[in-house]
Design a protein around this ligand. Structure first.
Ligand code: R5P
Length: 294
């Protein structure tokens, strides 16, 4: 088997370096820049012929990264790489997974088609699976989905006394249950109604039986922050302690992090998306999963 060679897209350098070091593999940066008219220039500065290549990309924000990422993968293939994998700790374009209004693009499928055409394997962490049961439904290439729940559960066990894990909506039940089990904590799930990109209503159950706990809100994605802010505000309105918030993918658009900080005790996240709240490194998870290919 040929040794794996990692390439980092801009912003993924430290993650690629950690993962490559953990596997004793080589790594290099994909060289990218913009031509004066805005087009992308891409160069692979290391010989790839006959080598299996893994391109690490943080994919946030997604749109500026997608053309150079696809060009880098295509270049690796043209230059004779023995395989080209995408390592995307956060997988974007998973939430528009249905045509809610006539004419809308189902971008989860469109993006899956794009990635499946450019790469021959995908490794990611906690993709947002709601209406798609698995990535295999929309991706035509082998996919490996890693779960951050053990890392989140261990963080709670080490950092929170008397935790109660709370998921803000039905979709979060899958993470909340597993994280709570790992942390040895109880869990419950609220109900969310989404009224728009930046408007949600969260209905919490009566919390009278949970006066003495430290609430830990958990969600896979914090984007506008409204889901977690509403959930935290609901807990405060019922007289509970300011919650801790644990997020897998800390997108935190605009002033979301500041608004969340105002109603929580602390916010922690994995480093799938680089953010000031990062407290839980995912490199160990990626290293373990990629051992099979190294
Ligand atoms: C929803 O389906 C996800 O699990 C998150 O709850 C959602 O993406 C959070 O979005 P926002 O931070 O914009 O409320």
């Amino acid at each position: 088997m040929t040794a794996l060679l990692f390439f980092a897209m801009p912003g993924a350098e430290s993650l690629a370096e950690q993962v490559a070091a953990g596997l004793g593999a080589d790594w290099a940066c994909v060289e990218t820049r913009r031509f004066p008219d805005g087009e992308s220039y891409v160069r692979l500065p290391v010989e790839v012929a006959g080598r299996r290549v893994a391109i690490v990309c943080r994919m946030t924000p997604p749109d500026p990264q997608i053309p150079p990422l696809v060009f880098a993968a295509g270049t690796a293939r043209e230059l004779g790489a023995a395989g080209v994998a995408l390592v995307a700790p956060y997988l974007p374009y998973m939430r528009q997974d249905a045509r809610f209004r006539p004419g809308e693009a189902v971008t989860s499928r469109q993006f899956a088609g794009l990635v499946s055409g450019a790469f021959d394997r995908l490794v990611t962490i906690d993709p947002h699976l709601h209406r798609h049961a698995s990535l295999g439904e929309i991706y035509d290439i082998p996919t490996r989905t890693l779960a951050s729940a053990p890392l989140l559960g261990d963080w709670i066990a080490a950092n929170v006394e008397r935790p109660l894990v709370i998921g803000p909506d039905a979709e979060s039940e899958q993470w909340a249950r597993e994280v709570a089990r790992r942390a040895g904590a109880p869990h419950l799930v609220a109900t969310k109604t989404r009224l728009g990109d930046r408007e949600v209503r969260i209905a919490l159950p009566a919390m009278d039986a949970w006066r003495d706990v430290q609430p830990v809100l958990i969600d896979d994605i914090a984007s506008s922050g409204h889901t977690l802010v509403e959930a935290a505000s609901g807990l405060l309105a019922q007289g509970l302690a300011r919650p801790d918030c644990l997020v897998v993918h800390a997108l935190f658009a605009g002033d979301a992090a500041e608004r969340l900080a105002a109603v929580t005790r602390r916010v922690a996240s994995t480093d799938t998306v680089a953010h000031a709240s990062n407290a839980i490194p995912v490199a160990p998870l990626l290293i373990e999963a990629l051992k099979a290919f190294a």
